[in-house]
Write a protein that binds this ligand. Structure first.
Ligand code: GLN
Length: 531
């Protein structure tokens, strides 16, 4: 079958969950046996979100091939199990950079470079790029931002042209919001109508409308929207708030969204897949009653900042028949006098990743407390580095032990900068990024958790465990149990004597998916539940 293109846009307000809808559509098409990819086009000018503060844009997600991307790619991977690449994440910044590079090379042969056609052509080429390298039945393209944003105008024009050129091979799905006005006791469809009008004014007629709503909408209202917006009645579906995002694909399937998409694209609809494994996951999630309390010691009090960690924990909890109640503990507020109180009632603690000085001491205090109180602890990236520093200070006796990131003058640089990172001045895209191999030591806890000797995990950091200290750590009880075979860099530390005290230099949270939850998160939660 020829590649079909699905464009997903959003209107009325931001944060409607376009990423989850796109991921759900991907999942449903995949369940019908189609080969699918999902890509995100973001209208901001940053080359990638790697340099963005998590308060601006939530977590930075990293692909296997080392691209720092939008957190929506995390949803795509968790829902579909697809491994995305750098081609699945595009920004205005990258598009302009490519066009300007071509201009400098003289590729445009003396032409005046303009948004239309040069920028729009670049966008079009990149939307099609994934399918030129590999065959996909469906390419889902989510456009970031909200209809009407100045920044997204070139993207809308590119979609308009593509739809015109592709005819029945492309459709547009538009996600809007239907507010409920308490005082009037009514749902309001006017914002949706306006949003569709705005799209029409750009020459795009949505084929399918998905109405986000906090409460269930009556059939008559959906029909009204259909007739006001020139959309078939079976092409208006609602996405009401659900207890879990993982119920969204099932809710979409129930309303025939996947069937409508396939029909609109001129394909045979066929029977509706059962989605057995997915359903049983959702059932487990619904039925779990036991609660485990897990603390996230970090500096961003924002749902999206540690998105993949949160999702990985909740997936692991579901498979362990419990619910993970996550408690954010601000590392800036933790000190020796209050740590017991701050961590009271927590069954396990995650020491979160991060950059820079802020909140460092609190993470060290938390790591010491959980180490000495036998509380299951998982340190991720900076979290692992904090475990290492804390151990050096309090067990090896190096009071000034530190990371070169925070204290370049320390005489005990247990966390050091890699040689190849030393002269880097550009911050964007220059870290150790993407998947690297790691050999797991025979007899270690992690080896039995993974039940494998070789793993590959994704990285995003500049600093590393300083191998000069390996022997001292090992002889004092912290073992270096995962190493990269080529560079000999330490990727995992563990304290075998402890109930669960493991730190990973990599980010396991990026590769946990609904149907393949990550073994480390699984074992961490399992240890907590069975305690
Ligand atoms: N700041 C640390 C480094 O660059 C850790 C980064 C992280 O936690 N992702 O090595």
């Amino acid at each position: 079958m020829n590649t079909r293109y699905i464009f997903v846009t959003g209107g009325v307000v931001s944060s409607l969950g376009k990423g989850i809808i796109s991921a759900s559509i991907g999942k449903l098409l995949q369940a019908r046996g189609y080969k699918v990819t999902i890509q995100k086009f973001d209208p901001y000018i940053n080359i990638d979100p790697g340099t963005l503060n998590p308060y601006e844009h939530g977590e930075c997600y990293v692909t296997v091939d080392g691209m720092e991307t939008d957190l929506d790619l995390g949803h795509y991977e968790r829902f579909t199990g697809i491994r995305t690449t750098r081609e699945n994440s595009m920004t205005t910044g990258k598009i302009y950079q490519a066009v300007i590079d071509k201009e400098r090379r003289g590729d445009y042969l003396g032409k005046t470079i303009q948004v239309v056609p040069h920028i729009t052509n670049e966008i079009k080429a990149r939307i099609k790029a994934n399918a030129t390298r590999e065959h996909f039945d469906f390419v889902i393209t989510e456009i970031g931002g909200t209809i009407g944003d100045i920044e997204s105008a070139p993207f809308m024009e590119a979609i308009r042209q593509l739809r015109w050129e592709m005819g029945r091979s492309a459709i547009n799905i538009h996600l809007t919001y239907v507010p409920y006005l308490n005082a009037a006791g009514e749902f309001k469809t006017k914002p949706t109508q306006h949003s569709v009008k705005e799209m029409q004014s750009m020459g795009i007629q949505p084929d399918i409308l998905i109405l986000r709503t906090e409460h269930h909408l009556e059939e008559s209202l959906l029909k009204k929207v259909a007739s006001f917006c020139n959309v078939d009645e079976d092409c208006v579906v609602q996405s009401e708030d659900l207890p879990s995002i993982y119920e969204v694909p099932l809710n979409m399937q129930k309303q025939g969204l996947d069937a409508s998409i396939i029909r609109k694209l001129g394909e045979e609809v066929g029977h509706t897949p059962e989605m057995k494994a997915w359903r049983s996951f959702v059932k487990k999630e619904k039925e779990a009653t036991k609660i485990v309390n897990i603390g996230l010691v970090g500096k961003y009090d924002l749902q999206d900042a540690y998105k993949s960690i949160r999702e990985s924990l909740s997936l692991a909890a579901t498979y362990n028949d419990c619910k993970a109640k996550l408690h954010f503990v601000s590392s800036e507020d933790i000190d020796k006098t209050n740590v017991a109180e701050k961590l009271a009632g927590l069954d396990g603690v995650i020491i979160c990743p991060g950059f820079g000085q802020r909140g460092i001491e609190g993470k060290l205090v938390a790591a010491e407390y959980t180490r000495t109180h036998n509380i299951p602890t998982f340190g991720i990236c900076l979290g692992m580095q904090m475990m290492v520093i804390e151990f050096a200070r309090n067990v090896l006796g190096y009071k000034d032990a530190h990371s070169m990131e925070m204290d370049p003058k320390t005489t005990h640089n247990v966390i050091d900068i890699m040689e190849e990172q030393k002269n880097i001045t550009n911050m964007g895209g220059t870290m150790r990024l993407g998947a690297y191999g790691c050999e797991l030591k025979e007899g270690s806890k992690v080896r039995s958790i993974y039940a494998e000797s070789h793993i590959e995990e994704r990285h995003r950091h500049r600093y590393e465990f300083n191998n000069q200290y390996i022997d001292q750590y090992e002889s004092n009880g912290m073992k270096c149990v995962g190493k990269n075979a080529e560079s000999n860099l330490v990727e995992i530390v563990e304290i075998p004597e402890h109930k669960w005290y493991i730190g990973t230099q990599f980010h396991p949270e990026y590769s946990s998916t609904v149907l393949r939850p990550h073994p480390l998160f699984m074992d961490f939660v399992k240890t907590i539940v069975s305690a």
